[in-house]
Ligand binder design. Structure first.
Ligand code: GTP
Length: 370
């Protein structure tokens, strides 16, 4: 499961909202000021357009208070904002300095819409402005002197390029920080935060598509003795190898995570309990047969686990984790090196997933703990 766009979008939302609010406030302030000046000078079309933008800015300010769709509102505001600018530029009575406003569009559109939409909107708007300038001043050769035009175009390109480079770098660093915050540093696996986020997304998908969705919790057996006998470094190495094994046993659409300590979780999309039992058995047997070389010694470990299925064991991550955890402790108590299923689980005819007398999937066991 890939880190989703949604995460970066929600991360950037507060700062985009702050930029949009600042723009709306400035639009209201400048709109009132300029409409008063333009009314005084009899430029009533311009004044009306500005008053219209002030009213629209007040409306958008209310709309974004609780919206989930900030990006949409930014587009809804920016398009008429740009159109009003073009309208002002088009009016024969307006000053040539109005064209200078085009330079704020690359900055605003990148800050509000991100690198792709920001670049598209800036490109379209700057091209339209250039065309309008040439058309409006075609009969005024003094306005079309090569040097001032070249200077202005260069300034425009520089502002567009810097805004774009800034936004690309900002998005990359944001994504990197998000990855770090959602990744376990030792194993490189997703951590609990990422598991929760993926669960919420996959849960919605599973209920929409009516597909099953399972969770496996796995805990290494007697891991303390590895640390005690061989040292923490050996324990860390073993945890990394277990993480590698989980990655190898799973599909790209599944999500292995380190829940903490020597406990791992696996989200299995489009997978019912019986299929999850097969996956858990594959993981269990791979870990059982794994030998990790450490300072000339071969370290070995086994794993105990529990399975929970969405709907059968609840609808929240908390309830699924609780049920899978309880089953994992049952597996420990029943002798470790096995995975427990929900009591009502119907298993597939696959021999690996055959139920034992208790309708639980017990793959191999040591002497039970009492
Ligand atoms: N090396 C290493 N050890 C860790 C890490 N996180 C937790 N541990 C160790 O994992 C061990 C867990 O011990 P216990 O909770 O007693 O579990 P256990 O020994 O595996 O016993 P059972 O779970 O009952 O089979 C403790 O010794 C922790 O210090 C880690 O990141 N690295």
């Amino acid at each position: 499961m890939e880190l989703q766009k949604d995460s970066t979008r929600s991360l950037g939302r507060p700062y985009r909202k702050a930029v949009l609010k600042a723009l709306l406030n400035l639009t209201i302030f400048a709109g009132v000021l300029f409409s008063a000046l333009n009314l005084q000078k009899g430029r009533w079309e311009l004044a009306l357009a500005e008053i219209g933008m002030v009213l629209f800015a007040i409306f958008v300010m209310q709309a974004i208070r609780k919206t989930e769709h900030l990006e949409r509102w930014a587009i809804i505001f920016l398009l008429p904002f740009c159109a009003t600018m073009l309208f002002s530029m088009m009016l024969p009575t307006s000053s040539v300095t109005v064209f200078g406003w085009v330079l704020i569009i690359p900055i605003l559109s990148h800050l509000l819409l991100g690198r792709h939409l920001g670049l598209i909107l800036s490109g379209i708007f700057m091209t339209l402005t250039a065309a309008l300038f040439l058309y409006k001043h075609q009969d005024q050769p003094e306005m079309l002197a090569a040097l001032p035009i070249a200077n202005t175009v260069l300034i425009g390109i520089c502002i567009l390029a810097f805004s774009h480079v800034y936004e690309v770098t900002r998005e990359r660093s944001e994504l990197r920080l998000l990855e770090l915050a959602q990744t376990d540093a030792l194993t490189g696996l997703p951590n609990r935060i990422r598991l929760k986020e993926s669960f919420e997304r996959e849960c919605k998908r599973a209920s929409r598509d009516r597909t099953p969705f399972s969770l496996i919790v796995l805990d290494l057996d007697h891991f303390k003795t590895i640390n005690d006998d061989y040292g923490h470094e050996a324990g860390d190495l073993l945890l990394r190898r277990v993480a590698d094994t989980l990655r190898q046993c799973l599909r790209a659409s599944d999500l292995p995570a380190r829940l903490g300590g020597e406990e791992f979780g696996v989200l299995l999309t489009n997978t019912n309990t019986a299929q999850a039992a097969e996956v858990s058995e594959k993981i269990r047997s791979r870990i059982e047969s794994m030998e990790v070389g450490f300072e000339g010694q071969a370290l070995k470990v086994t794993v105990s686990g529990g399975i929970a299925e969405l709907g059968v064991d609840g609808d929240s991550l908390r309830s699924l984790l609780r049920e899978a955890d309880n089953r994992m402790y049952e597996a420990k108590a029943a002798g470790r090196n096995q995975v427990m299923l929900p009591p009502s689980a119907e298993l597939s005819p696959d021999p690996l997933a055959q139920p034992e007398a208790t309708s639980r999937h017990q793959t191999h066991s040591e002497t039970p703990d009492h």
